[in-house]
Ligand binder design. Structure first.
Ligand code: UDP
Ligand code: MG
Length: 319
């Protein structure tokens, strides 16, 4: 009998996590699919962990992982993948914005032999215009960097054990799950789904955290911004040649310009170009620094399965 593991990252989801477990158990049970739910409490400040334990007492197929603090969704997903025991593993949000019925569709595709099944959004749901535009720019960059169309990509996926193991074996700490799952390749299919509205609780993303998320993931996935630095340098050089020749001609024809304004502008321009370039390079260096520290991606404080604490039996492999 094949087992499906469903990884559910949860951060401050006390209102949703119990319901999500109930609905998923119901649907998978009715479909006759052997399943395991791996709920990862990403250091929630509310009663999420209590709710996960409660759900685990009712259903032996629910496993709960409790982080020592908030490590972010990517880490939560990774921890879930590392602990999932299934032959096939799905990842979905626990706020039910990813429709559970789609899971069945994905499972059928997996049975047909597909190894990575991507959930693709038909629409971006309810979002502000600014949010949509900036997300558009971010996904444009990511699409160019990965060569995979990321415009409507989501974190809703199902992956065969082979693909999961491939992802788990990657050494980098900073991983953009959405893109990495396509990067590993394998026989891929996609399933469209409509983003549901959140019925309770609130989105964890502030504009600022989204900007940070975008930068981190661009840097984690591509070195394209470093090429901007080179291109910027070349453009500046071209300008300086033109301006240099112009000034020399002026000088030798005896009309040396009163150059204060020009010099000031050029100086400021180059100064800011240099500083921005250093900033971009600095960002990469800071990422390299983060990676070479080899810190764990997350720290698990507790693991429960079927309401029982099994922390001591499980090796806290954080790779
Ligand atoms: N999440 C998480 N850690 C975080 C932020 C979010 O595990 O630091 C989880 C959250 O509980 C949810 C999923 O990631 O299951 C998506 O988060 P959210 O619904 O806030 O994002 P949105 O749907 O608005 O993009
Ligand atoms: Mg959501």
């Amino acid at each position: 009998m094949k087992v499906l593991s469903v990884v559910l990252p949860a951060y401050n989801e006390e209102l949703m996590v119990g319901k999500a477990c109930r609905i998923l158990s119901g649907i998978l049970h009715n479909a006759g699919i052997a399943y395991q739910l791996v709920v990862v409490d990403d250091g929630s400040e509310d009663n999420t962990w209590v709710e996960i334990q409660k759900a685990g007492k009712k259903d032996k197929n629910i496993m709960g992982i409790h982080f020592s603090r908030n490590f972010g969704k990517e880490s939560a997903v990774f921890a879930g993948l590392a602990q999932a025991a299934g032959d096939v593993v799905a990842v979905m949000d626990c706020d039910l914005q990813h429709p559970p019925q789609t899971l069945l569709e994905m499972y059928r595709l997996w049975e047909e032999g597909y190894e990575v099944i991507e959930g693709v959004k038909t629409s971006r749901g309810k979002e502000s215009l600014l949010h949509k535009k900036s997300a558009g720019v971010f996904y444009d960059i990511m699409t160019k960097a990965t060569g995979v169309n990321m415009q409507n990509a989501s974190d809703f996926k199902m992956m065969d054990r082979k693909a999961v193991d491939a992802i788990l074996s990657m050494p980098e700490r900073n991983m953009f799950f959405r893109a990495t799952s396509s990067w590993v390749g394998f026989k891929t299919a996609s399933v469209e789904f409509e983003v549901q509205e959140r019925t309770a609780g609130e989105s964890k993303w502030s504009t600022w955290s989204l900007i940070k998320y975008a930068f981190t993931n661009i840097v984690a996935f591509t070195t394209l911004p470093l090429q901007f630095v080179t291109v910027g340098g070349a453009v500046c050089f071209l300008f300086s040649m033109i301006l240099g020749i112009y000034s020399l001609v002026q000088y030798f024809t005896g009309h040396a310009v009163e150059g204060y304004t020009t010099i000031l502008i050029v100086l400021l321009l180059i100064g800011s170009a240099v500083m921005m370039s250093l900033g971009i390079i600095g960002y990469y260096i800071s990422r390299i620094y983060e990676e070479v520290k080899r810190r764990p991606r997350y720290i698990i404080s507790k693991i429960v399965r079927g309401g029982e604490d099994i922390s001591s039996q499980t090796n806290h492999d954080v790779r």
